[in-house]
Design a protein around this ligand. Structure first.
Ligand SMILES: C[S@@+](CC[C@H](N)C(=O)[O-])C[C@H]1O[C@@H](n2cnc3c(N)ncnc32)[C@H](O)[C@@H]1O
Length: 306
């Protein structure tokens, strides 16, 4: 009996959803997907992984398998990182900090940008903008890669303010781009500005490759935080274990500090040599992971310099 057949039998017959255990099971990518999702509904991650593996074997390279893989990662990460996810945290940062100015690098559909609330003034930067969520605030959108934005525009002029209060880096998922985004933002910061980095807490090496190797792709963005912790001990850095891929919080910025820019080539070489396999077992300590706890994070933010 294939995994698909046995899972359908286990799930359906045990819940009396069908009367006959000899019901015909259609073998298609969709039926594998449905069986995998049923496993996940019951938090049976191992079962879903077995369905996924068989689906790929029977129908190599089918898109339903990719969707199932993504769903497996999502549920695995909700179990691994319980509590509020990164979107709830973004909502919380906006409500708690009430930033006058907000910059988001990597906007996509506007799912995260929708949490900015008046009277915040927001800037969104993304070469592939496709906003479908309603943006509630004064905003300017730039359909550009972030490097081009910073070359062509003066952020202070665009914002109508000398500095930003809150920024979210969620653009290209490579450490060097995330670091460049940070360097460019820091020139418009104050010590109380807060920068959030997404996709910095991988759970398995597969999702943390420099080139996409799975449906869920964090890239090697985690190295950006490893580098900041090493090269900028003056920054205050901690990581919230929010699903699906962590949220790093960086404060105490210094707009006069250009050491990352000056040492970029050395830093790049060093970070390229970092290896996720050896970093992963101890990643929570190394990336200064805190609790997924609003009160705790609020107290950590209160230590910011005025
Ligand atoms: C994961 S999505 C952002 C999701 C969004 N922040 C959210 O949480 O709903 C990443 C986005 O980064 C954009 N991106 C890729 N390279 C970029 C770059 N160099 N500068 C700015 N955005 C970039 C992509 O086009 C994509 O829309």
């Amino acid at each position: 009996m294939s995994i698909l057949t046995s899972i359908f039998k286990d799930i359906f017959t045990s819940r009396n959803r069908i009367q006959s255990s000899s019901a015909q099971i259609e073998i298609s990518p969709q039926s594998y997907y449905d069986a995998g999702i049923k496993c996940l509904d019951h938090r049976d991650i191992a079962g879903a992984q077995a369905v996924y593996a068989e689906c790929l074997q029977v129908f190599p390279g089918n898109s339903k398998a990719r969707h199932l893989e993504f769903a497996i990662h999502s549920v695995t990460l909700q179990v691994r990182f319980p509590g509020s996810d990164y979107l709830k945290w973004l909502e919380w940062f906006h409500a708690t900090l009430t930033p006058k100015t907000y910059v988001e690098i990597g906007v996509e559909s506007g799912e995260s940008l929708q949490y900015a609330r008046p009277p915040t003034r927001a800037i969104g930067i993304d070469p592939a903008l496709r906003i479908v969520n309603s943006v509630q605030v004064w905003s300017k959108m730039f359909k550009l890669p972030s490097d081009d934005f910073f070359l062509q525009h003066n952020l202070a002029e665009v914002l109508g303010a000398e500095n930003f209060d809150l920024a979210f880096i969620d653009g290209l998922h490579t450490f060097d781009q995330a670091l460049k985004d940070f360097i460019n933002l820091e020139r418009f910061s104050t010590p109380t500005s807060v920068v959030l980095f997404h996709d910095i807490l991988p759970h398995i090496p597969l999702t943390a490759q420099r080139e996409p190797a799975s449906e869920l792709w964090l890239g090697d963005t985690w190295k950006a935080i490893a580098i900041l912790l090493k090269y900028r001990p003056d920054l205050h850095i901690f990581t919230i274990p929010a699903s699906p891929s962590g949220l790093a919080v960086v404060t105490n910025l210094d707009r006069g500090n250009d050491s990352l820019h000056r040492n970029f080539d050395t830093i790049f070489k060093e970070a390229m040599a970092l290896d996720v396999e050896s970093y992963l077992p101890d990643i929570e300590r190394r990336l200064n992971v805190t609790g997924n706890d609003f009160g705790l994070v609020k107290s950590l933010l209160e230590t910011r310099k005025p």
